[in-house]
Design a protein around this ligand. Structure first.
Ligand code: SAH
Ligand code: SF4
Ligand code: F3S
Length: 441
């Protein structure tokens, strides 16, 4: 054990990145390091980065700037950049940032301990970014120590082969690859043994699970199998792709008790012209057909989405189609973004880039429409009783927080008879803008 000391880890980006950070924490702890709340005293500092939009990418450069000064006072500090910016920029980062020791792509997380030890001994500066496309290394890493005592992420597949015109993920995470279902079941059983009640299955395109496996289980069959794991009470999954959404998933949500009534199904745009330019593989009417299917089979199911405004060539009419789509679908919640040109993607150099002011105005409009819809849903819940899993203590003294099966955050007071990990019935007293307020029945 070459290192006994402190580590600090900073995470940007999606749930997959959060989970990768959890895995890295576990690996660093196996090496004898202990987590620290700030980088100043740390022997190893990891920045786990996201490249999805320009703004996300810039955060790594400002973090690295701060670390440069810290390392002047503490030259033995090992600085690691992991995640999607690492994968995209590769060894260029080492040339640009002389205080950086290791560039670590997502396919090399399991090597982190050896690399840290090696760098500690030799001070060699290393870049590990080749795609190795071997999902079995995920099994070695599992189960990672999560940040919640009762909820845990489980990676079921890595990468994405869709190459949507705007997106860096296929370049930063490699091709779509599903893990063996037996390994996943084993991992989930282990988590259940450690008191985990809720799992969230992760994949960039999670409902395409199994399509790349020969004779492998498909996603709804995986859900069926995981439903049999004793101790697991709730199963969530993200992100689903509309083109791979079929009736078997609607049936699984309707028929499997443990599978929660929530689908995150990014629409991106309401305009068929824009959807086509994005390469999404569906028209708005196809999307409507699919959610219709879902709403018939599982009327309780919440639907959330991601939307992009200002994709190159998006006219006023195209944007109007997005506005109409929001009113038509009435999503429970959406995450909306201004299009950001990303290096290496098809959309980067498309003509007809939309001016920043127009993107800004369109995003504001989308926020306004959706806030109203979300709040209406929340208000409609007032007086009803929902099921919540207690995930932790709220910010206020004597308060718990949890999530409904439909993935809405609910805060409620501790009645003195329950603990984190319990599933309780909660009466909703107030529907707020971003959450619900309730009391235990
Ligand atoms: N795999 C998921 C989401 C991946 S990234 C899916 O296919 O939906 C999360 C969200 O970021 C995307 O849904 C998209 O809305 C947004 N996004 C991705 N690239 C972007 C870009 N270049 N500019 C703006 N938003 C982007
Ligand atoms: Fe990106 Fe499209 Fe893959 Fe989602 S499906 S990760 S948006 S390329
Ligand atoms: Fe960002 Fe990479 Fe996730 S680009 S959104 S961290 S897959």
């Amino acid at each position: 054990m070459a290192h006994s000391g402190k580590y600090f880890i900073e995470t940007y980006g999606c749930q997959m990145n959060e989970h990768d950070s959890e895995k890295m924490c576990e690996l660093l702890e196996r090496l004898g390091l202990q987590v620290d709340a700030s980088p100043e005293q740390a022997d190893v500092v990891v920045i786990n980065t996201c490249a999805i939009r320009e703004k996300a990418e810039h955060k790594v450069y400002s973090s690295l700037g701060t670390l440069r000064n810290m390392k002047r006072d503490k030259p033995e500090m090992i600085v690691v950049v992991a995640g999607c910016v690492a994968q995209q920029q590769k060894a260029k980062l080492l040339t640009k940032f002389h205080h950086l020791d290791l560039v670590l792509g997502a396919h090399h997380i399991s090597e982190l301990p050896e690399l840290i030890e090696h760098i500690g001994k030799t001070r060699e500066r290393i870049s590990r970014v080749e795609f190795c496309n071997d999902v079995s290394s995920l099994h070695m890493l599992a189960p990672a120590r999560g940040s919640s005592p009762v909820c845990s992420y489980v990676t079921v597949m890595q990468g994405c082969s869709n190459f949507c015109a705007y997106c860096v993920v296929p370049f930063t995470r490699g091709k779509e690859q599903s893990r063996d279902s037996l390994e996943i079941i084993e991992e989930v059983s282990e988590l259940a043994g450690r008191g985990i009640k809720e799992i969230t299955l992760l994949g960039q395109n999670v409902n395409a699970y199994g399509k790349d496996l020969e004779n492998g289980r498909r996603f709804s069959q995986l859900l069926e199998k995981l439903s049999l794991v004793q101790g697991i009470e709730r199963i969530r999954f993200t992100t689903s792709h509309p083109k791979d959404f079929d009736s078997s998933l609607a049936e699984a949500i309707a028929g499997l008790e443990k599978v929660c009534e929530h689908v995150h199904l990014p629409l991106q745009s309401g305009s068929d012209k824009v959807l086509e330019a994005m390469g999404r593989g569906y028209k708005f009417s196809d999307y409507l057909d699919k959610i219709q299917l879902l709403r018939i089979r599982a009327p309780e199911c919440a639907i959330t989405a991601d939307m992009i405004v200002g994709f190159p060539g998006e006219s006023d009419d195209d944007f109007e189609a997005t506005v109409k789509a929001l009113h038509r679908v009435r999503f429970d919640q959406i995450f909306s973004f201004k299009f950001s040109p990303r290096p290496g993607t098809l959309a980067e150099h498309m003509t007809d880039q939309v001016p920043e002011e127009i993107k800004k105005a369109r995003l504001a409009k989308v926020h306004e429409i959706q806030d109203e819809i979300t709040q209406t849903y929340h208000r409609q819940l007032e007086g009803s009783v929902v099921e919540a899993l207690i995930e932790g203590h709220g910010r206020l003294q004597g308060q718990f927080f949890g999530r409904t099966r439909t993935n809405k955050i609910v805060n409620f007071s501790d009645d003195g008879h329950h603990a984190v990990g319990d599933i309780v019935k909660v009466t909703i007293l107030r529907g707020l803008k971003h959450s619900l307020l309730g009391e235990i029945v």
